[in-house]
Design a protein around this ligand. Structure first.
Ligand code: SF4
Length: 273
């Protein structure tokens, strides 16, 4: 919070015109490959100066030579020059928030040309290497920016599942529409048939307050007992902790079972939430 308020105090009167936040674009390299452009803040002034701002929360302040040799910032600079023909100067800024300082850097056209050639060479090397040897995937948070995620063996199945889910939903909607139009409740395919029947269902209140009021009303009207269920997880936990006594404990059995859990993976990473 202090970092944000320090930053705000320092920049509240800044007259930079903001052109984009968390930009999403791609820079096409001379060999046809693409470089992902995601700039924290892109701004300009009315003198033709453009600013590529990157926010850093590192506990160690970065050095000037690090900014001067940073590839990513420089590639962003190429993109800015390509997109904004009026750009006279592109200033790369690292906002070191923990120190309330900024480190700026610039590149000459010559440096940018060399960098682009260097990147193209590195890509060629990687492409050559992948032809000759096994190149295992290395999933990290950066995978979200990867152009090849849908083809990557580590993620391909996720894309396929999403695609199948979408197709399933489309097919379901088509079947319902078809059944409605034809006035039928079974649709026959070449080797399967689908039963399509309309039915009524209730939708329970979702927000916490309405839910509580609804349950209270059910209790007041005497239908709660009839319509509610035994809470198995709570009962299970009580039994395992030895909190069930006497007759009740005698009626439940404790046995061994297996638990196989699926959990949502963190975006782009190996970890789990
Ligand atoms: S998605 Fe991740 S692991 Fe797969 S190719 Fe891209 S960067 Fe590598």
């Amino acid at each position: 919070m202090i970092l944000i308020s320090d930053y705000y105090d320092s920049y509240k009167d800044d007259d930079m015109i903001i052109l984009g936040l968390e930009t999403q674009d791609r820079l096409t390299l001379p060999d046809g490959n693409q470089w992902h452009i995601r700039i924290d803040k892109l701004g300009c002034d009315n003198k033709g100066n453009y600013f590529v701002c990157d926010y850093k929360t590192n506990a160690r302040i970065k050095l000037q030579e690090e900014a001067d040799s940073d590839r990513q910032l420089a590639m962003y600079s190429i993109w800015v020059r390509d997109k904004f023909k009026d750009a006279k100067k592109v200033v790369l800024k690292w906002h070191m928030l923990a120190f309330n300082k900024e480190i700026t850097s610039e590149r000459t056209d010559e440096q940018l040309k060399e960098l682009q050639e260097e990147i193209v060479e590195i890509i060629q090397e990687i492409e050559e290497a992948t032809k000759e040897k096994d190149f295992p995937t290395n999933p990290t948070k950066l995978c979200d920016y990867c152009l090849y995620k849908s083809e990557c063996p580590s993620f391909r199945h996720l894309a396929e599942i999403e695609e199948l889910e979408e197709k399933k939903e489309e097919l379901r909607a088509d079947l319902i529409e078809f059944a409605k139009q034809k006035g039928v409740d079974i649709v026959y395919g070449s080797n399967a048939k689908a039963s399509v029947k309309e039915f009524d269902k209730i939708v329970l209140p979702e927000d916490a307050e309405a839910k509580a009021a609804f349950i209270k009303l059910m209790k007041d009207k005497g239908i709660y007992e009839e319509c509610s269920m035994v809470c198995y997880p709570k009962l299970n936990s009580k039994a395992l902790k030895g909190e069930l006594e006497g007759e009740i404990r005698g009626m439940v059995e404790i046995v061994k079972d297996w638990r196989v859990s699926l959990s949502r993976r963190k975006e782009g990473g190996r970890g789990e939430e």
